[in-house]
Design a protein around this ligand. Structure first.
Ligand SMILES: Nc1ncnc2c1ncn2[C@@H]1O[C@H](COP(=O)(O)OP(=O)(O)O)[C@@H](O)[C@H]1O
Ligand SMILES: [Mg+2]
Length: 264
C-alpha cells in the first residue's frame, strides 16, 4: 500500500510559474522546475536568490501568489505541510533537528510514528494485531535504514552527543523512515568535512538509485553540488538562470557572469 505512488507520472515534482512577492520584492518569479524520480537535483544561487523561499513553497510553509505545484501528478498547491508529508514529502534542515534526549535508533522509530494516522487507545484495542504487525515493520525498516546510513554501531548512543556529521545522517535516516518520494535537503553539507560530505552524498545517491524518490537539495557549497548532483539549477534574483548537467551549468556564460564568476 503506497498511496503516494502515482503510476500516471514519473515526475515527482512539477512547479509551474511559481511567483512569490514580499511587498515590492519579487522573491520568485515564474519559476518552472520538474524533477523526475531517481534524480538528485541541486539548487544553487547567491544569497537572496530565492532558494529558501522555493523550499518553503515546495514544503508548504509558504503559499505562492502565482503558479502551481504538482507532486506525483497531484495538485498540492493548497495542501498543508502535514498533508504533503503524508503524501511522501520529507525535508531536512540546515540546522539539524534531532531529538537529543533519544538514542539514534529511537530518533528513527519516532520519525514514522506520527505518520500512522493515530486512532488512540480504542484503535490500539480494536486493531492490535494490525498494530503489532505495523510495529514490527517499523522496526525492520529502522534496522535497514540504520544499516544504510552507517549508524548501526552507534544506534544506542544519545543523539545529543553526536558530532554534526553523524547527526546529519540521523536526520537523513529520520526522513527516510517516511518513505519519501520527494526529499528536500537544506544545506546538507554545511558543517561537514570533505569525508563526511562524501559519505552523506553517497548514501543519498544510493537512496535515489534504489527507489523512485527524487531529491532536491539546496547547497551553499557549489563544489559539492557539481560533484554529486545529476542536475544543477541556478536561481538568480528569483528566476531560473540555468538548468542542466553540472558540466553544462559550469560552462554556461550566464552562470559564470552572474554567479560563479562573482565568487572568484
Ligand atoms: N519573510 C520575508 N519577508 C520579506 N522578504 C523576504 C522574506 N523572505 C525572503 N525575502 C526576500 O526574498 C528574496 C529571496 O530570499 P531567500 O529565499 O531567503 O533567498 P536565499 O535563500 O536564496 O538566500 C530576498 O530578496 C529576501 O530578502
Ligand atoms: Mg536561504
Amino acid at each position: 500500500m503506497a498511496p503516494h505512488h502515482h503510476a500516471a507520472s514519473t515526475e515527482v515534482l512539477a512547479l509551474g510559474g511559481i511567483g512569490v512577492r514580499f511587498g515590492g520584492i519579487s522573491a520568485l518569479c515564474d519559476v518552472d522546475l520538474t524533477i523526475p524520480s531517481g534524480q538528485l537535483c541541486g539548487l544553487i544561487g547567491a544569497n537572496g536568490a530565492g532558494k529558501t523561499t522555493l523550499f518553503d513553497v515546495i514544503s508548504g510553509i509558504r503559499t505562492p501568489q502565482d503558479g502551481k505545484i504538482l507532486m506525483n501528478g497531484r495538485d498540492i498547491t493548497r495542501w498543508s505541510p502535514q498533508r504533503r508529508a503524508r503524501a511522501g514529502l520529507r525535508r531536512t534542515f540546515q540546522r539539524v533537528q534531532v531529538f537529543g534526549w533519544l538514542s539514534v535508533e529511537e530518533n528513527l522509530l519516532v520519525a514514522s510514528e506520527w505518520r500512522g494516522g493515530g486512532g488512540g487507545v480504542l484503535a490500539d484495542l480494536v486493531a492490535s494485531p494490525t498494530r503489532r504487525r505495523r510495529e514490527r515493520d517499523r522496526r525492520e525498516k529502522a534496522e535497514e535504514i540504520l544499516r544504510r546510513c552507517g549508524l548501526n554501531e552507534i544506534r544506542d548512543r544519545s543523539a545529543a552527543s553526536l558530532p554534526i556529521g553523524t547527526a546529519r545522517l540521523v536526520e537523513l535516516g529520520r526522513a527516510l523512515m517516511g518513505d519519501p518520494t520527494l526529499l528536500l535537503l537544506d544545506e546538507p553539507a554545511s558543517g561537514l568535512d570533505a569525508t563526511e560530505a562524501e559519505r552523506f552524498a553517497g548514501i543519498v545517491q544510493q537512496v535515489v538509485a534504489a527507489g523512485d524518490a527524487a531529491v532536491l537539495l539546496v547547497e551553499h557549497d557549489v563544489g559539492f553540488v557539481m560533484e554529486h548532483c545529476h542536475r544543477v539549477v541556478v536561481l538568480h534574483l528569483g528566476q531560473v538562470l540555468a538548468d542542466g548537467s553540472p558540466q553544462e551549468v559550469r560552462a554556461d556564460p550566464l552562470v559564470l557572469d552572474a554567479y560563479l564568476g562573482a565568487r572568484r
